[in-house]
Design a binder for this molecule. Structure first.
Ligand SMILES: Cc1cc2nc3c(=O)[nH]c(=O)nc-3n(C[C@H](O)[C@H](O)[C@H](O)COP(=O)(O)O)c2cc1C
Length: 246
């Protein structure tokens, strides 16, 4: 499944305009709900709930539906949110359903079964030509700014294209032989208030881990991942994960 998703990385974009004549058909919505069942968690034992609601049940003004995520607040729960919902971002894109992550929106229902609302994807049917066709349509940092060390250039290119809140791109990679270390840069200039950056940038890091894994699998690498609990008190770089490539 993940192998097919590699190509979708180059197609996806944050969809903020929708063709009013198009809509997600009932069977497509059923497929979406079925796909939601097969999302793979990054961390197994975090309680989560997903709900698809009409966007009128949120503060979002565009698109047709919102996919809401609620979660227990355990270690790595924000990484888990990014990692899981990005699977739906790519799936929806593969079906020509346009998606946008929304930090600046809220659902009417802020809690489900005692779990807090975390983040949402807004989506609606789009035309095939509304998606990206060329790498030139991405606005991203250069490879040298995000990756230190030699590694497969296709893998570096894929992670470089990861979406992030306000395009802040907080990831830093250090590779050495079979080892890849991933960090979140705390020093980010953005409209996002400093106090909110760790929250949204942690979701971004989860998205980034998913892109990394898709790219590794696409090139046939086997790997093991270790998540790191780093409070980031001593450095501008907060350690997130280490991957061992075999
Ligand atoms: C966690 C997260 C939250 C986001 N919140 C918003 C938002 O509130 N409003 C919005 O228009 N875009 C939002 N975005 C979309 C980003 O601005 C977008 O991903 C980034 O600029 C890169 O562009 P691209 O997704 O088209 O590649 C968000 C993205 C992420 C990952």
């Amino acid at each position: 499944m993940m192998k097919d998703l590699y190509d979708i990385i180059f197609k996806r974009k944050s969809m903020r305009r929708f063709d009013e004549a198009l809509y997600v058909k009932e069977d497509e919505l059923l497929d979406v709900k079925r796909e939601m069942e097969s999302m793979i968690p990054l961390v197994e034992d975090i309680k989560i709930r997903f709900e698809v609601v009409q966007r009128e049940k949120t503060t979002v003004k565009r698109g047709e539906y919102c996919l809401l995520m609620y979660s227990e607040e355990k270690p790595h729960y924000l990484l888990n949110a990014g990692y899981m919902l990005e699977q739906m971002d790519l799936y929806l894109t593969s079906r020509n359903i346009g998606v946008c992550w929304y930090a600046l929106a809220k659902p009417h229902k802020m809690q489900v079964d005692g779990l807090d609302y975390i983040i949402m994807l807004n989506f609606g049917k789009s035309r095939p030509q509304d998606f990206r066709k060329s790498i030139k349509q991405f606005r991203r940092k250069k490879r040298e700014e995000i990756w230190n060390g030699d590694f497969d250039s296709e893998v570096i290119e894929a992670v470089r294209l990861t979406p992030s809140a306000c395009n802040t791109q907080p990831w830093r990679f250090f590779s050495d032989g079979n080892l890849i270390k991933i960090y979140r840069n705390k020093k980010i200039k953005s409209f996002i208030p400093q106090s909110k950056l760790p929250y949204y940038n942690s979701i971004d890091m989860g998205i980034c881990l998913y892109f990394l894994e898709i790219a590794l699998i696409n090139k046939g690498y086997e790997f093991s991942r270790r998540l790191i609990l780093d409070k980031g008190l001593h450095s501008d770089l907060v350690e997130i994960a280490t991957y061992n490539i075999r």
